[in-house]
Design a protein around this ligand. Sequence first.
Ligand code: ADP
Length: 695
Amino acid sequence: MALVPLVAFAALGVWYDLEQRQGRVDRNQMALARAGSLTTQAIVEGHMRTLESLAADLRDGTATDIEGLRTRLARYLAANPEWEGISIIGPDGWNTASPSTPPRAVFVGDRDYARTVLDEGRTTIGSAIIGRVTGLPVVVIATPVELSGTRHVLVAPVPTERLTQGIKERLGDARTLVIVDQAGRTIVHPDRRRIETLQDLSSQGVVQAALAGDSGTVTAKVDGVDTLVSYVPVERLGWGVLIQEPVRAAYAPLYRSTLLSTGLVGASLAAALLIAWILAGRLATIYSRLEQSRLDADAARGDAEVATERYADLVEGLDAIVWEAEAATFRFTFVSRRAEQVLGYPVDRWLSDPNFWADHIHPEDRQRALEFCRACTQQGEDHALEYRAIAADGREVWLADIVRVISDSEGTPTVLRGLMIDITERVRAEQERATLLIAEQDARGRAEAAVRARDEFLSIASHELRNPVAAVKGAAQLLRRLWERGQLTDDRIDHYSATMVEMGDRIGRLLQDLLDVGRLERGQFELRIDDVDLADAVRHVVDDVSTNLAAPRIHVGAAERSTRVMADRDRVQQVLQNLLDNALKYSPPDSSIDVTLHREAGGVAVRVRDRGIGLPPGSEEDIFKPFGRGPNAAALPGMGLGLYISRRLAEAHGGRLEVSSDGLGRGSVFTLWLPAIPVSVQQVPLEEIPAPAAV
Ligand code: ADP
């Protein structure tokens, strides 16, 4: 199909070339016709001018008789041998003189040329007639001649054969020269029969056109043959000249050359087609390769799009922030959409703010996170860390950040890629678990401690009670045995009953301590506040304690000023007794104990100094805890409740109970300080009883 325009174009070219060549052939033939016309005209007019000059010669001549005229006419005819004859016609139409014809032998008065010359007095040419001599067409040239004052007609018939001189040789074989006279009759034709009969062609269009003065070249049927006909009028004569040539002959060389050029064009076309076919083949190969590579590229692009889509789905569908950042600055270059949901900041903020990451780490975690990340990045080590970030709404969000360090070919870290996972829920759950665990451990610890404390208490209490109870029991049994044996003396009764009383007191004190602890813990005790002189209370207790001593050991220093306070006398004395009992118990039997009283800071301080076992450094506070006993006191009896109860009582008065010691074996100083006017009774909520510091 693509060749159709090419072939059409080539055909157009050939056709155009043919047209051009045909035009040339036509013009060429037309030129011949014109030449024929001009030649004919020139020849005929030459004859006319010759005849006119002869007429003039005749008129001016002296010969007026017939014989003289005949002589002159014979001379004229000899000078123009191509003429068939020459004669003078009289005004009556009869011939008057002629070289060969007797006068009045021929009447031509009815001929057109005779009429024209006689009537109009001008040279003319008559219609063709068949010459008497040759039997071939002749045209009669006629011109007026004045003879004896009368217009005569000088006529000369000219054979038409002569008219074709000068063009016949230019016609060639195939062409036919046809000349028709003003009546459309054939006067020149190669076919003798046509001119012998003066074939009438006046009905032919081309003849009519030529006689009408038109000229042209047409193709027409002539004797049934397609013929190229050029027609031209012969000016002034009213004739027509036709040049005819069969179309096949006229255009034969044309067709040959056209065939040649068509062949050439065809060959060129074929060559072009061949080249085009080869090129098309190559182009097809190239095109198919291009098409294949386009398909491959499309497929690759499709694959890439699918992969990209899958990647995007994967990245955006992850329940984590996928990110990329510059290794040197930690500036984000990519974050997935999940970032907006996790921290509430638009992705643009992450990307546009160079310090976004550092600025949004919780201040308490920031330095640790930054330093760790910097160190790992410098080492080119992948790493993971957990930290808190601050969300847009101020929430703390725990993030687990898993970081890959990408380095260039020289090992310089350039890019960080990672995943941030929101682990807030996990951390919260862990924290809750940890809290629960601690609480549970605490509770268990406390429960265990309580159980231990109870066991300790029971063990200590039973141990402490067992001795005095056993002593009372032993004394009672002895008394009974002595009484049965009749050995019971007054001394013995005194001794054993005194032991029993002492043991009874001890048991009583122990029970009192236990009761006090219970009450203190429940907050169920009250102070009966009264005006108490501490110096009196000290003296009273010292006296009481000293009764059981073999030798006086306790020295009470005199107070310079009033030692009066508002207090519960019994409770204050209970505290003082505990201090003095301890001082005696934890110091050598012969060592002395000093008790001093001072006014201090709006209150009164009582100091009890002994020279006993002292306290190991760091144990000063432990001995005030329930069951708290110094590590150096284990060999001596005691429950570790006295000081606990005493401090609570001092504090209930708004006072203090403290101890200081210079160390083991270097004695102790206990100071009870009470305000001059105590605060109201305080009911102190007690924590659960911890395990004793030491037993
Ligand atoms: P207890 O004397 O029954 O053990 P306390 O509560 O009265 O209980 O005393 C607690 C502990 O304080 C004693 O076990 C002892 O270790 C230490 N302590 C008390 N008073 C003295 C003291 N005067 N010298 C050295 N240690 C003392």
